[in-house]
Design a binder for this molecule. Structure first.
Ligand code: FE2
Length: 190
């Protein structure tokens, strides 16, 4: 079993430069490659019973796999260009109920994304409480909410914006990214 690198139809009016997107897509490809390489090595070492090596490899799987998957969420949110949120969708209704408006929700994402350090803003849907929960995930794998499906992500690693923005202006990067989100794709994840 091997994961295949996905392609995304990202228009050139996202506000992020072509170079920025292209460098970032290259990093995503690395996560796909490393996830496949790790899974293969884990398989190999299993038969050779090298417990120490296997444990170290196993610890890396969350980093590489989550790095691959989170980038797929991230780039697909830019696919096909920005599209407005359908307020009658389930996601639209939850935004209205919990935040009052999309603007308030977006401000909340920006607040979380302004956290120091590298990682992701992630919004999940919790079926038990029938609500959206947003949090900060460090690296790619630390802090995920167990069992909840991911509805939206924003990459806050510096590699996501370092060509176009400085660390001190990452708030502007968040604004730019949010403006380019295809909300139809986000809403369809629910
Ligand atoms: Fe990234």
């Amino acid at each position: 079993m091997a994961y295949i690198e996905k392609s995304f139809n990202i228009p050139n009016n996202t506000g992020l430069s072509e170079e920025q997107i292209s460098v970032h897509l290259g990093l995503y490809a690395g996560y796909v490659k490393n996830t496949n390489a790790l899974l293969e090595k884990i398989q190999t070492w299993q038969s050779e019973w090298d417990a120490f090596t296997l444990a170290e490899l196993q610890r890396r799987l969350g980093f590489e796999f989550d790095g691959m998957r989170l980038h797929e969420f991230y780039f697909s949110q830019l696919s096909e260009g920005s599209k407005a949120l359908d307020e009658n969708s389930k996601f639209g209704q939850l935004i209205s109920k919990q935040y009052g408006s999309l603007d308030v929700y977006q401000a909340d994402l920006k607040r979380i994304g302004s956290t120091r350090g590298i990682g992701w803003v992630v919004t999940y849907y919790d079926i038990e409480s029938d609500s959206l929960l947003s949090t900060w995930v460090s690296d790619h794998e630390l802090g995920h909410l167990a069992g909840l499906p991911i509805i939206l992500v924003i990459d806050l690693w510096e590699h996501a914006f370092f060509i176009d923005y400085r660390p001190a202006t990452k708030g502007d990067y968040i604004d730019t990214y949010i403006k380019s989100i295809n909300w139809e794709i986000v809403a369809n994840r629910l």
